[in-house]
Design a protein. Structure first.
Length: 264
């Protein structure tokens, strides 16, 4: 009886082991089934779709900035690629949708810092459409960043404008300031239009090609966020958020005064 009980115990143990092993196999198969759809995806493309290409000719260490269509392509991106490889290649995983992409290459500094004229490089801004879960191929050509002077007084005198004064906290006019005009309240992207520098009277005027809602800030420097020691101010009507200036084509809005303060 003892021997039979022992054998029975062995039999029961083996059955339990088989059941446990079967359970593990079933779980493993379930896991494999869940991963089956990702087996053929490219590295870095979690959705199986996106964009790949080469930054010419070729350029290593460039970054691809991806923005959702309609967003200003100068602020924080929707997603940013890893640096391009030695052959200039890149790949970014994206869900189906419409996007704007641009390649930027910084000789020094962080990839999100302002580009330096004559040193850093960028590609033309390009719109792409990712659809049907496929990888879109799009090559980009980058060139050395051009002079920012093209933004200063870029629009000749027109029938649509915003004007006013730049003042300090005591109401005194400030000389040597530019007004930077944006179409988004965040004002984190590159300005759309920039005035000439103010004179001793602190007066400015920004000529615009069309009507719309514009957000204004005044600075004594250009490019990148304000730093300690810079003077900075934005137009608001006593609110926490900046106030938009709305005007129609052919309208001239005056007395838009901006008070600047030293950044500490």
């Amino acid at each position: 009886m003892k021997s039979q009980e022992c054998r029975g115990g062995v039999v029961r143990f083996k059955i339990a082991a088989y059941v446990a092993t079967a359970a593990v196999v079933v779980l493993a198969l379930i896991g494999l089934g869940g991963c089956a759809t990702s087996a053929g995806q490219s590295a870095g493309t979690a959705s199986g779709s996106g964009v790949r290409g080469v930054v010419m000719t070729p350029v290593e260490g460039a970054y691809i900035f991806v923005y959702e269509k309609g967003a200003e392509p100068h602020g924080p991106p929707y997603v940013m690629s890893e640096p391009t490889k030695a052959d200039g290649s890149f790949e970014v995983g994206l869900p189906d949708g419409e996007y704007t992409i641009v390649a930027r290459k910084h000789k020094d500094g962080e990839p999100g810092s302002p580009l330096k004229e004559g040193v850093d490089k960028k590609s033309p801004i390009m719109d792409i459409t990712v659809k049907n879960g496929v990888i879109l191929t799009q090559n980009l050509v980058i060139r050395t960043k051009t002079d920012d002077k093209k933004y200063f007084g870029a629009w000749a005198p027109s029938d649509t404008s915003i004007s006013g004064k730049i003042l300090d906290s005591d109401g005194n006019p400030m000389m040597g300031f530019r007004v930077q005009v944006y179409t988004y309240a965040q004002m984190s992207e590159r300005p759309k239009y920039v005035s000439d520098k103010t004179g001793p009277d602190g007066k400015f005027v920004v000529y615009l090609p069309k009507g719309g809602t514009y957000y204004l800030q005044a600075r004594d420097t250009f490019g990148g966020p304000p730093k300690v020691g810079d003077f900075y101010g934005r137009y608001d009507e006593g609110t926490v958020d900046p106030s938009g200036v709305m005007l129609r084509k052919g309208q001239k809005i005056k007395d838009i005064d901006i008070t600047v303060h030293k950044v500490w």
